[in-house]
Design a protein around this ligand. Structure first.
Ligand SMILES: O=C(CO)COP(=O)(O)O
Length: 248
């Protein structure tokens, strides 16, 4: 495992075949910064083509099912995304915990399946604005982390992403002091959950990270990278974030 900064783009439900050129442009920028890790998680429909077009670049999925096969309409397994060329999967994104009613137990099972398939996992946790306003942000996030944490965790394949729900897609980011407090709490919780090696598990920040705020956010202790949505869709927007991480 490494303490290399890790910058991941979550394209969500954005991107058609025409946008493969954007992934190729981002891959070229990433290649110029061998000292950090960069990945793009496009819609599942683009994984195979992106991995073929950019064989040296990390392509990931945004989710996968916890089972390896069966009557799960519309789902794909960890083995299927790996066969398509994915090297990792985002799991437990707040947009799935809410819309799809995905539970901590679901996320934990998915993480175990991703590990079994030889993929990396980025487990997302984050509080709502109401939970933060009620002073329960750390309690909620650490509870999600505990419930979603895989049994045999290892920094070689497991990454955590802290994404305050109220900062996703809003242009709002927490105070630096709040990011510091939460990432420290997550680090401590990981230590309690896995013991040795916890210090090597990378913790990404996500939620309106952009070229203007990336350097500050990535300088916060225990912020080991970023999980970026809107600002990852083009090389013009994602490049400055990658550059900021490489300069740290
Ligand atoms: O949800 C996110 C990444 O998973 C963050 O999205 P934005 O960067 O668009 O706020």
């Amino acid at each position: 495992m490494t303490n290399r900064k890790y910058i991941v783009g979550n394209w969500k439900m954005n991107g058609m075949q025409a946008q493969l050129s954007d992934i190729a442009a981002i891959a070229e920028i990433a290649e110029q910064h061998g000292e950090i890790d960069v990945a793009i998680c496009p819609p599942v429909t683009l994984i195979a083509a992106a991995a073929t077009k950019c064989p040296q670049f990390a392509i990931g999925a945004q989710d996968c099912h916890q089972s390896s096969s069966g009557a799960h309409t519309g789902c794909v397994s960890a083995e299927m995304i790996r066969e398509a060329g994915a090297l990792l999967s985002i799991l437990g994104h707040s947009e799935r915990r809410a819309d799809q009613y995905e539970t901590d137990a679901d996320v934990k099972a998915k993480a175990e399946a991703v590990k079994a398939a030889g993929l990396g996992a980025i487990i997302c946790v984050g509080e709502t604005e109401e939970e933060r306003d009620d002073g329960r942000a750390v309690e909620v996030v650490c509870g999600q982390l505990e419930g979603s944490f895989p049994d045999e965790a290892d920094a070689d394949w497991l990454t955590i992403a802290y994404e305050p729900v109220w900062a996703i897609g809003t242009g709002r980011v927490p105070e630096t002091s709040d990011v510091k407090e939460m990432h420290e709490a997550i680090r401590n919780k990981i230590g309690k959950l896995m013991g040795d090696g916890a210090e090597k598990v990378r913790i990404l920040y996500g939620g309106s990270m952009n070229g203007g705020n990336a350097a500050e956010l990535l300088s916060v202790p225990n912020v080991d990278g970023g999980l970026v949505g809107g600002s990852s869709l083009t090389a013009d927007k994602f490049g400055p974030i990658i550059d900021a991480a490489a300069k740290l």
